[in-house]
Structure formats: structure tokens, C-alpha cells
Design a protein around this ligand. Structure first.
Ligand SMILES: *[C@@H]1O[C@H](CO)[C@@H](O)[C@H](O)[C@H]1NC(C)=O
Ligand SMILES: *[C@@H]1O[C@H](CO)[C@@H](O)[C@H](O)[C@H]1NC(C)=O
Length: 230
């Protein structure tokens, strides 16, 4: 067969399966050409573009005050983040001494403004954030403190030490709060929340094994924070 005939044959076979005049391409013809079948038409028709909201709906946790429920890694509820000090666990239910926070959504990371424990006389709210004695990368820190801080998007020197407040993110389905630490070079690293039951102290770690190798007598366990809207 000459190449001209082959080309003609290919042409005919092509139009047998795909007819642009009718505007229909069948799955069978696509499969023959090594293409995947077309997706069901309903996928495209379900939501006309005009019906889509042009704004992002506000997440339900946004600007709602809530408490922070603390769970051990095995799923046991341990208590709530306390009001005073904020790095203590309050295990007494309904004592009225739980910390109340309000997520102030901004972007990927947000602040947790403290709505309880801020004296009325204070003009600017306090935030739940991190404090370190030195401005170092996370890998060089054994422990990072959880504390009330002023608002600080970037690492800021304060009387307490180096502070950061814009560190929180939330899983919208589970409401788990997660935190990031900002290294001096601007890179962000997830930090784990940990609890030292001996000192009743909640804190952050980059590496729990490193922390526990240094604090053999009073090791910490990794805990999880969940925003509870009550
Ligand atoms: C075949 O294509 C049609 C659209 O032309 C689609 O609705 C159908 O779901 C497809 N079938 C398969 C098995 O992919
Ligand atoms: C879960 O972990 C906590 C904290 O370490 C511990 O007190 C508790 O006994 C554990 N519960 C179970 C069922 O393992």
C-alpha cells in the first residue's frame, strides 16, 4: 500500500468515529485513539458558572470567640487552655477559668486574640503566641513558650523575649488549631503543641524526642488543640 492510501484510510477512520459536523465524539472513538472517555455531562451541567458565589463564604469559626480544648495524642480529652496562666491546662470543668480566644482571620495564618483575661483598661488586645529567649531557627530551639503576646506578624523583640502572634491555622472540618514558627530567615516550620504534666505547662516543640532527651525527668507529651465554640 502506498503512503497516500494509508493516509486516506486514516482520514476515513478518523471521521468514522469523530464527526465534527454533528459535533459528537463518542467514547468508543476516543478509546480507539488511546484517549480517556469523556466525563459524564452532568459534571459540567451541575453548576452553571453564573450561579457560583463571587465571594468566599466566611468560615464559621471566623471572629467567633471560643475556648481551646486540649487532647492527648491517644484521643483523651485533658482539659482546656487556662485563663491564667495561658500556658496552663485547666482540668476543672465549668470553673470559668478557661481562656477565651477569637480567631482573627487574615490569610493562611491568623492571630488568636484573647477575649478573656485582658483587663478592660488595656487598649490593645493580647494574643496567644510564641516567645523565645533568642531569635533562632526552630532546629536550634529545644522548647518554644506559649504565652500572651502583643500582635506580631514578624518576630518582634519585646520585654518578654522574641514574640510571634500570626502563627495559627485551622482545619475547617475538625477545627484543629495548628501553629507555625517563623525562622529568622523567614521560613515557616510547623511546631507541635506539648504538655508537661509535672509543671502543668503547655508549650511548643519542634522535636519532641529532642525535648524529652533533655528533660528526661519531666518529659512532655504531644497534645492537640481544638477550637470549641462555646
Ligand atoms: C461517554 O461519554 C458521555 C458524554 O458524551 C458521558 O456522559 C458518559 O458518561 C461517558 N461514558 C463513560 C463510560 O465514560
Ligand atoms: C492517654 O494519654 C493520657 C496522657 O498521656 C494518659 O493519662 C491516659 O491514661 C491515656 N489513656 C489511654 C486510654 O491510653
Amino acid at each position: 500500500m502506498s503512503s497516500k492510501i494509508l493516509a486516506l484510510l486514516g482520514f476515513v477512520l478518523f471521521f468514522a468515529g469523530f464527526n465534527p459536523i454533528l459535533g459528537k465524539e463518542t467514547n468508543a472513538s476516543r478509546l480507539k485513539r488511546g484517549l480517556p472517555p469523556l466525563p459524564p455531562a452532568s459534571l459540567f451541567n451541575k453548576r452553571p458558572a453564573s450561579a457560583q458565589p463571587s465571594y468566599t463564604p466566611r468560615p464559621p469559626w471566623y471572629n467567633h470567640p471560643g475556648r481551646i480544648h486540649v487532647f492527648a495524642g491517644n484521643g483523651t480529652a485533658l482539659g482546656y487552655v487556662g485563663d491564667s496562666p495561658v500556658n496552663g491546662l485547666n482540668t476543672i470543668a465549668d470553673s470559668g477559668e478557661d481562656l477565651h480566644v477569637q480567631p482573627l482571620a487574615r490569610g493562611e495564618l491568623f492571630d488568636l486574640s484573647i477575649s478573656s483575661s485582658t483587663p478592660k483598661s488595656r487598649k490593645t488586645p493580647l494574643y496567644l503566641g510564641v516567645v523565645t529567649a533568642r531569635n533562632k531557627p526552630l532546629r536550634d530551639l529545644i522548647k518554644v513558650s506559649l504565652s500572651t503576646v502583643n500582635q506580631a506578624r514578624r518576630t518582634t523583640a519585646s520585654e518578654k523575649g522574641f514574640i510571634q502572634s500570626t502563627i495559627w491555622s485551622i482545619d475547617p472540618s475538625t477545627k484543629e488549631l495548628k501553629a507555625q514558627y517563623l525562622d529568622p530567615d523567614g521560613s515557616k516550620h510547623p511546631v507541635l503543641l506539648a504538655f508537661d504534666s509535672h509543671g502543668n505547662e503547655l508549650h511548643f516543640v519542634g522535636d519532641i524526642n529532642l525535648y524529652n532527651s533533655v528533660n528526661r525527668d519531666f518529659p512532655s507529651i504531644v497534645v492537640r488543640f481544638y477550637l470549641s465554640e462555646d
